[in-house]
Design a binder for this molecule. Structure first.
Ligand SMILES: Cc1ncc(COP(=O)(O)O)c(C=O)c1O
Length: 414
């Protein structure tokens, strides 16, 4: 494809894009191509007014009355149901609360409590580290519980046996971008008597998810990536309704109490999913998330997925010749059924290349040891952005621009 042919082709794709109007709902800086919405989504414009209103009117004027009058106390549930709509949950099966890490802790404990005769948590050694660290913490806190890790070459389902209480797995792998078969793995685990906790951090808001169709037990995920809830926005936890009666988790704080304002001296769990709550939530962050979820009211998730796959396809096609020339390795599967919405590329000097791209306003990220990650959020990215990013990457490799010493300086956050 010549340069002008590819420019014409992407212009035609952008003109025909049914989601193109959504870009205007986000505040993106001029001159930036943002390929890191898989790590921190950009602000929806409406969030500025929403948070300002929450601060000035609800907090400033309403003061403590806003816990009732502005619905602050039940935001965990109302937003939970709105996230639930995006992940195939019924109302009352999801709450927005705490962090993904904390929700993993609670969900693993809840799953183990449902399988008292089994003591193994099974996870992947390549999983996002916090999942493993939290699983380690759970194992340490429960005598007789152990954490078993599947190595990269071991398909996790081949390790499920009669000792496995719960499988903890990332729906889309944060490093490789591989998408797991939710219904298949859930079915295999359940057939062996185990439960599954799905970590949806890299899939929620990026593709349609149907937890109940997959008969999923538990799920957790964050809202600051593809859902654009803001830095540190609270996470969510889902538990299938069939588990609610016997749902138990150890962080039994007053928000999870059946009658928090009865001020009883002993804990009695709330009915339903609210028993997964612990303590007071960051209301201003929840209000930013509320504005971010408004955007999804107008999004057809099937159209979102179609565009996501088209963007990642285009990027991988454009990368193929550069990869051969410079020894890059595209780690993300070319099969659309097997990938999420980011493309991972292994390269020994990936860190430096990503810094050189950021220097040109093309923002991706790097995950050790050698993965350059490029996230393609269909809500605000254009096909033109994909072409420009691929061209810049080629130029940085051809010119050797990444070799400038300043690009090798490691920041705290990569
Ligand atoms: C798969 C996965 N789980 C969990 C987290 C983070 O959890 P927390 O929000 O508790 O920091 C991330 C963050 O990138 C992630 O990718």
């Amino acid at each position: 494809m010549t340069d002008s042919a590819s420019s014409d082709a992407v212009a035609a794709l952008d003109a025909a894009d049914p989601l193109r109007a959504l870009r205007d709902r986000f505040a993106l800086p001029d001159g930036v191509i943002y390929l890191d919405g898989n790590s921190l989504g950009p602000p929806p414009k409406a969030a500025f007014d929403e948070v300002s209103h929450a601060m000035r009117q609800e907090w400033g004027d309403g003061l403590i009355r806003s816990w009732n009058a502005a619905g602050w106390f039940t935001l965990t549930d109302t937003l939970g149901d709105r996230v639930g709509r995006l992940i195939g949950a019924e109302p009352g099966e999801t709450v927005v609360t705490d962090t993904t890490s904390i929700n993993i802790y609670k969900a693993l404990h809840a799953a183990l409590a449902l399988r008292p005769d089994r003591g193994v948590i099974l996870a992947e050694a390549d999983s996002f580290p916090t999942d493993l660290y939290m699983a380690e913490g759970v194992a340490k806190s429960r005598p007789g519980t152990t954490l078993r890790l599947a190595a990269s070459h071991e398909p996790i389902d081949t390790l499920i046996d009669e000792r496995t209480a719960v499988v903890l797995i990332n729906h889309v792998d944060y490093r490789s971008g591989v998408l797991r078969d939710m219904a298949g793995l859930t079915g295999r685990a359940q057939a062996a008597g185990a439960l599954v906790v799905w970590d949806l951090c890299h899939s929620v808001g990026a593709l349609p998810i149907d937890l109940n169709a997959a008969k999923a037990d538990f799920a957790v995920g964050c809202t600051y990536k593809y859902l654009n809830g803001g830095p540190g926005a609270p996470a969510f936890v889902f538990a299938a309704r069939r588990h609610h009666d016997r749902l138990a988790q150890p962080l039994s704080g007053w928000w999870g109490h059946a009658q928090p304002f009865a001020m009883a001296s002993t804990f009695q769990a709330a009915p339903g999913i609210r028993r997964m709550l612990c303590g007071t939530q960051p209301i201003l962050s929840l209000r930013a998330l509320e504005a971010a979820l408004d955007v999804f009211d107008d999004v057809d998730l099937a159209a979102l997925r179609t565009k996501s796959l088209a963007l990642t396809d285009l990027f991988m096609d454009l990368l193929a010749p550069i990869s051969r020339e410079f020894g890059l390795r595209i780690v993300t599967p070319s099969d659309p059924a097997l990938r999420g919405s980011h493309v991972s590329v292994a390269f020994g000097h990936g860190y430096e290349v990503v810094q050189a791209l950021i220097d040109r306003g093309i923002i991706g990220d790097f995950r050790a040891p050698d993965i350059m990650r490029f996230g393609f959020t269909p809500l605000y990215l254009r096909y033109r952005d994909v072409l420009d990013a691929a061209k810049a990457l080629a130029d940085i490799l051809r010119s050797g621009a990444w070799q400038e010493p300043r690009f090798a300086i490691r920041s705290l956050v990569t």
